[in-house]
Design a protein around this ligand. Structure first.
Ligand SMILES: Nc1ncnc2c1ncn2[C@@H]1O[C@H](COP(=O)(O)OP(=O)(O)OP(=O)(O)O)[C@@H](O)[C@H]1O
Length: 335
């Protein structure tokens, strides 16, 4: 099990004199991912999703907060020990084109980490070769075709499968998939998402999925938890189906309302929640982060920041003083 508590991250900006502001990318994010579980973070561009994914994968440090992997807090460990723990969390980057070394064949890419493991665990060279073939078969590609080839000779979907196979060479406990289908042809995306689901079932590996797309969140995390993140704060979280079918935070409702739908297929009674104003940096220190865009804001929202909780008796947690379940236009309406 992997948990995060109070994760914060601020990027210092140079040029303060010219009016540059520090960017608070994460403002006290809590999460937990159970063994074999699926957690999806969803939010618009710039809300801090990638920063969180990199911190969870150990590629970046947080300013405060704690990541605990199987009961061991990472903050108290030396660099090498920490790296050994974080090796069990593998990041699958959104861009399979830059994730693979163009000068290495797929055989070389997979063989290097496997040969290292073979040496560390007293296994033979033949084991490393066999394991490379097994992993490629597991991710649905023909080892005989792929192993001698270079990345540029493969399609985007195949490359992403190789990236996943490489992540599996270390027997990870969790995969962090950051928009991992966004740069792949639409026709190939479902295959990659189905593969990630399949790996969860077959290997018991947990998946932390990062996306801005509701349909993807629903597909990958149907039995998992959905976290909605806005400007570095989790504003709603709960079972994926509950959050999507009955969102209570106005931001989640706006996110769902923003899905394009075909004229005439909207469900009667569905409500469209339109954010009222463009992003505004005011009230960042005091009030609700969404207040300036929220059509339901009150004075209270501008004076104080709500924290995540179950106020109002809702099944999911939310950070809103006025949670109101609203039926918004469902994702199926896009089909
Ligand atoms: N290395 C950095 N230096 C300065 N600011 C950064 C850095 N990385 C991210 N940021 C800022 O932190 C905020 C969060 O960025 P992040 O990439 O985590 O968001 P995101 O939700 O993943 O966005 P996107 O979907 O566009 O990738 C943004 O305002 C971004 O400009």
């Amino acid at each position: 099990m992997i948990t995060g508590t109070g994760i914060t991250k601020t990027y210092k900006q140079r040029g303060h004199i010219l009016g540059g502001r520090d960017v608070q990318a994460l403002r006290g994010v809590d999460f937990d991912v159970k063994k074999g579980g699926a957690v999806t973070f969803i939010g618009e561009s710039g809300c801090g999703k990638t920063t969180l994914g990199r911190i969870v994968a150990g590629l970046e440090t947080c300013d405060s907060g704690e990541i605990v992997i199987d009961g061991t807090p990472m903050s108290g460990l030396r660099h090498r020990q920490r790296q050994a723990h974080f090796r069990r969390i593998q990041l699958i980057h959104q861009d399979p084109y830059s994730a693979l070394n163009p000068t290495r064949t797929i055989y070389q890419t997979l063989h290097a980490p496997l040969a290292l493991r073979a040496r560390q665990t007293g296994r033979s060279k033949a084991w490393a070769e066999e394991r490379a073939r097994e992993l490629l078969t597991l991710v649905g590609i023909d080892p005989g075709y792929v192993l001698p080839r270079y990345p540029h000779q493969l399609s985007g979907g195949m490359r992403q499968r190789v990236v996943i196979a490489r992540a599996l060479t270390v027997d990870p406990e969790m995969l962090v998939a950051d928009e991992s289908v966004s740069m792949i042809d639409v026709s190939l995306r479902l295959g990659i998402l189905a593969l990630l689901k399949d790996l969860r079932e077959r290997l018991g590996v947990s998946v932390l999925f990062i996306t801005h797309d509701i349909a993807t969140a629903r597909y990958i995390g149907e039995d998992g938890e959905l976290y909605v993140i806005y400007r570095g704060q989790v504003v709603e979280r709960g079972p994926t189906e509950t959050v999507i079918s009955a969102p209570v935070h106005p931001y989640t409702q706006a996110l769902l309302s923003a899905i394009p739908v075909l004229r005439g297929v909207e469900r009667p009674g569905a409500e469209r929640v339109e954010p009222t104003e463009a992003l505004d940096e005011r009230h960042v220190d005091t009030g609700c982060l969404f207040a300036r865009r929220c059509p339901f804001r009150t004075d209270e929202c501008e004076a104080e920041r709500p924290s995540l909780g179950n106020g109002g008796g809702t099944p999911q947690e939310h950070a809103c003083f006025h949670p109101r379940p609203r039926s918004v236009i469902p994702v199926e309406a896009c089909a």
